[in-house]
Design a protein around this ligand. Sequence first.
Ligand SMILES: [Zn+2]
Ligand SMILES: [Zn+2]
Length: 338
Amino acid sequence: MKAYVLHGINDLRYEEVQQPDCPEGWALVKVKAAGICSSDIPRIFVKGTYHFPTIPGHEFAGIVERVGASEDEHLIHKHVGVFPLIPCRECQQCHDRHYEMCEHYDYLGSRRDGGFAEYVAVPTWNLVVLDNTIPFTHAAMLEPLSVALHAMKMAGVTDKSKVGIVGTGMIGICAAQWAKSMGARQVVVIGRNEQKRGLVENCGLDYLNSDNNDSTGMFDIVLEAVGTSQTIQQAITASVPSGKIVLMGNPASDILLKQDVYWRILRKQLCVSGTWNSSYDGTYLSDWTDAVEALKNGMVTVDPLISHLFLQQQLPDGLDIMLKHREPYCKVMTVWNN
Ligand SMILES: [Zn+2]
Ligand SMILES: [Zn+2]
């Protein structure tokens, strides 16, 4: 099969490799769509994967081609999304079924081979069986959609909430859609990039440019979806007294808070919490089952979020656009096995 294999930092090669084995309890998924996550950029070009060679890609969907055990044969030909985290099932968090906080997890696309390939081996527990009506390109966005939902559940959005989202990335925009679907009184996406305004508004959301508008004390829930000192300070400033800040953005360096901003956390008695990954528990109800439901009934809009659609051979073009910010993007998606 063809796959993008990372042989070292900044050494991704599109090459012929062996199809993965499919042991008992696993399925071989024929990849039909794979999204590039913003975390793939440092993973491929700066930090590398946990070991080499590894096939990156953790946001993908496809069709079950083969299974390792005869009792899983009902899965063959099913359309599936994939929860990319493989829990250890031994740590306390796994016992509590908070697999997203597992201490010794394996991960498709960073710790083991992932979805930038024509085929990928996946434990059957990680397969999310889908209606054939859901396009693969949408199903490949189940992971970021679930991460965004997890954050909004953490925030405790109600119909009285005024929600501000700092950041105009894919997950920020998804989170804003979830807040709206939860009935929030007001949902505003806060950014500095006027080029993102159309994209945000196409999803039926309000956009506020923080360079021209003051958002001080406007929101009782603020989701920080960038991960820089400046945007975290912005989130703290945008909160009302007794407000809730949920931190989601992955920082690329140390976070420093100015003394007066730090004081605002104390004086405004803010609740600051973190959110990580998404909840998933096989066929049991989770962020993932909610995300599948929302895709089916159109509660969230994902089509406008796909800014670039490439064939599998053109994946490096997509990586390049994201690495060099050559043009504005939201979700860069690739289609496979066409
Ligand atoms: Zn991701
Ligand atoms: Zn564990």
